[in-house]
Design a protein around this ligand. Structure first.
Ligand code: SF4
Length: 352
């Protein structure tokens, strides 16, 4: 038995019964692939069901508002995935009559669909004979062939893709790709690969050299930059109702089109009194009298390349502020209806 046969035999016996494996509808396969790009299967499955229930097909996703899509995505992070998916759903409906392109090359023209997702959809839904290379597959292949080029470099990706394509069963490329990913997820795990149960152990170069821990080789990580976010949770009373100011994030920065509170970013951690001086200079309280009601402990929030250190200062205004168009005033109850970054969600959860 060769590596490909051994892998396919193992997959037939060991694959997990995941909901997106019961379909070859490109919309659902696409949805699952996008969700699972940065999310564990257990959490991703829950979101997958929610999405399919709310938007059962590409048409319903295309006709939703971005706010609805982001709200449903809340908690998954990497919100550009949801925005791109929404954008591409509209394009599929408007330019392709609601029919997905059936080749990896055609799929890659859609926003947010890169090499990996295109190959996954094209092979699983349309049996295009093309190998996928996600993190799991890269790990398996790099160990199988003891590839010492960094898997996250262009040359590394190209070497690994060539190896994966050389193993591909062209008559069942979708199954082969899913089998490779499943082996990476269940057996050839990052820290402690279960080589003693691995169906490919007989051909694994890293195991032969007793060096499974040396692969995959990766480019050293850049040190994450730190941002100091001083959030102003500003409330005031209007017509007998307590309202809170929220800010819609726009521009080229994290969390585009999600809502957080007005924020003053500083280069370093800042004392509350110094921050209030800064707030007054920047007219953050609209020239109105105010009372500081609470200062939160520091929240640490890790993003892929940044670490956010956030403080929340609750302030009550005495008067009604003249707010700009970037801000909205909502009741406390309505805040939860807005698409919120996980950091803001964490803060609000601690208030209850
Ligand atoms: S033998 Fe071990 S290192 Fe090699 S592919 Fe299998 S699990 Fe991974």
């Amino acid at each position: 038995m060769n590596i490909t046969e051994s892998l396919l035999g193992w997959y037939a016996q060991n694959k997990r019964p995941l909901p997106w494996r019961e379909t070859r509808e490109p919309y659902k396969v696409w949805l699952s692939e996008v969700i699972l790009q940065q999310t564990r299967v257990a959490q991703g499955t829950d979101y997958y069901h929610r999405f399919v229930l709310a938007f059962p097909d590409v048409q319903s996703l295309a006709s939703a508002s971005e706010q609805e899509v982001l709200k449903l995505w809340q908690g998954l992070g990497y919100y550009s995935r949801a925005r791109n998916m929404h954008h591409s759903a509209k394009e599929i409906v408007e330019k392709h009559n609601g029919i997905f392109p059936s080749s990896a090359a055609g799929l890659k023209k859609l926003k947010g669909i890169g090499d990996y997702t295109a190959a996954a959809i094209a092979s699983i839904c349309f049996e295009e004979p093309t190998a996928v290379l996600d993190g799991n597959v890269a790990r398996v292949i790099s160990r199988l062939y003891a590839v010492d080029t960094a898997v996250d470099s262009n040359s590394g990706k190209s070497i690994l893709t060539d190896f994966a394509n050389s193993l591909l069963d062209v008559d069942q490329s979708g199954t082969f790709n899913q089998a490779m990913m499943e082996l990476g997820a269940l057996v050839c795990s990052p820290r402690t690969p279960a080589c003693y149960t691995c169906p490919l152990a007989f051909g694994c170069e890293a195991l032969k050299q007793n060096k499974t821990g040396d692969f995959p080789v990766k480019t050293p990580k850049k040190v994450a930059t730190v941002r100091y976010m001083n959030y102003l949770v500003i409330s005031f009373v209007q017509n007998g109702e307590e309202l809170v100011l929220m800010r819609k994030r726009t521009g080229k920065d994290i969390w585009k089109n999600l809502y957080d509170f007005p924020c003053i970013e500083t280069e370093n951690s800042i004392e509350t009194n110094d921050l209030l001086v800064l707030c007054e200079k920047q007219d953050a309280f609209f020239g109105l009298p105010y009372v500081v009601k609470q200062v939160s402990p520091e929240y640490i929030h890790q993003l892929s390349h940044r670490r956010l250190l956030a403080k929340f200062i609750k302030v009550e205004l005495d008067g009604i502020p003249a707010i700009s168009s970037s801000l909205v005033a909502v009741t406390k109850e309505k805040i939860a209806d807005l698409p919120l970054p996980r950091l803001i969600d964490r803060y609000l959860a601690n208030l209850i």
